[in-house]
Design a protein around this ligand. Structure first.
Ligand code: NAD
Length: 380
């Protein structure tokens, strides 16, 4: 019978958990045994009792046997080394493992012969949508970024006609119209803002317009941005310069900028430079979701709010974790969707040539399968 271990997350600020009572029930129904470290769900709103009621088996933090016997570890972020070293060769570690340029993980996987699946690498094909953890979490980040901005802004979002006068709606500029960006657009629209979006993938124009936002036209230069596998490819320095020139005007009139632009495995493009910040009005707010990848805005720092000439710069790298109940619920379902096709009568047989598994399998029994990801920090 396949044993699945659910650990307490130990990364700083992490409040999510990789299984919920609902997914424990589902995994049980597939014939698996689920071992849950005590208190694993506490910060996400799931108590130990709810897990044991759903058929989970609780274990103590000190109990290393659970790690030694596990066939599969479902995690959000990579567990601590002291636990990982107890895993047996051939067991699977599955989670958001942050493999880019991660030499510690690379060395551990070779030495331990633990096989690892990194959810960041799940291919963007229709069949993989239900296990796409980047999307489920980016959606939450997009939503929460707008709430953060509204909370910090010195003015209303909606247009209001009051006896004391008319209030104009906030102008929100969203940089990057991917999963997080589109959810930010939808949330800002619901709050009544005027929304403008910049993205380099042509498909985004229609998507933002269908949400009632306006698309900011791209620079008219020869270079045409391209994409591969649903991800934008990096544009040239010249293109970015022209793009920033167009954005400068929009930002000088904006109340809020939400930064979500990313290029897989690369540093995020800098779309707001200091001189552009100089033109933003005091009291306006920039929320940078790309801050962990270097940021779309100069001067933002992870998990910090910096006030620069009256403009609030919020480096928001851990937003999914700030909505831990739903972030965990969706993430846990992503994991169940990933694994379900490979479990029959409680026995797990991962098919390594399956397109989804092949895409996200970092290592197999000590052999590294994605050297490129570890080495140069990207897949493009
Ligand atoms: P992402 O996080 O890699 O990037 C966010 C956005 O930044 C993208 O829209 C990208 O085009 C944009 N960007 C990059 N450079 C930019 C620049 N210089 N200026 C402005 N914007 C820039 O992407 P994501 O949000 O994870 O997903 C992108 C798209 O992939 C989605 O919109 C969706 O259509 C598709 N997708 C498909 C699947 C699937 O089919 N399984 C799953 C997830 C996403």
């Amino acid at each position: 019978m396949t044993k699945i271990l659910i650990p307490c997350e130990t990364s700083l600020g992490e409040r999510r958990v990789s299984a919920t009572p609902e997914t424990v029930k589902k995994l049980n129904s597939l014939g698996c045994e689920i071992y849950i470290e005590k208190s694993a769900g506490e910060l996400s709103g799931f108590n130990d009792f709810s897990y044991s009621e759903s058929g989970g088996i609780l274990f103590d933090k000190e109990d290393q046997n659970a790690w030694k016997e596990a066939d599969l570890v479902f995690c959000v972020q990579c567990p601590e080394e002291k636990n990982l070293t107890n895993l047996k060769p051939g067991s699977f570690l599955v989670g958001l493992l942050n493999p880019y340029g991660n030499s510690d993980l690379h060395n551990f996987l070779i030495k331990s012969k633990v096989s690892a699946m990194s959810l960041e690498l799940i291919p963007r094909i229709s069949r993989a949508q239900s296990c796409d953890a980047l999307s489920s979490q980016a959606n939450i980040a997009g939503y929460k970024s707008v709430l953060l901005a509204a909370n910090e802004l010195d003015s209303y979002f909606p247009m209001l006609m009051t006896a004391a006068g008319t209030v104009q709606p906030a102008k929100v500029v969203v940089l990057g119209g991917g999963v997080a960006g589109l959810q930010a657009v939808a949330t800002a629209k619901r709050l009544g803002a005027l929304v403008f979006v910049s993205d380099i993938r042509p498909a985004v124009k229609e998507q933002v317009e269908s949400l009632g936002a306006k698309f900011i036209e791209l620079p008219e230069i020869e270079e045409k941005p391209s994409e591969s596998g649903g991800y934008a490819k990096e544009v040239s320095a010249k293109f970015l310069e022209e793009q920033r020139a167009i954005l400068t005007r929009h930002l000088s009139e904006a109340d809020v900028a939400i930064c979500t632009a990313q290029v897989l495995g690369k540093k995020a493009p800098i779309l707001i430079k200091e001189e552009m910040l100089d033109k933003m009005r005091p009291g306006s707010v920039v929320v940078d979701l790309a801050v962990a990848q270097g940021g779309n805005c100069q001067n933002t720092e992870p998990n910090k709010t910096i006030i620069r000439n009256g403009v609030k710069l919020i480096g928001a790298s851990e937003l999914p974790s700030s909505v831990p109940f739903h972030a965990s619920s969706l993430y846990a379902k992503n994991l169940v969707s990933l694994i379900t096709p490979f479990v029959k009568d409680g026995i797990m047989e991962i098919k390594k040539d399956d397109e989804i598994i092949f895409g996200c399998l970092l290592s197999d029994n000590g052999a590294i399968l994605q050297e490129k990801v570890f080495a140069k920090g990207g897949t493009n």
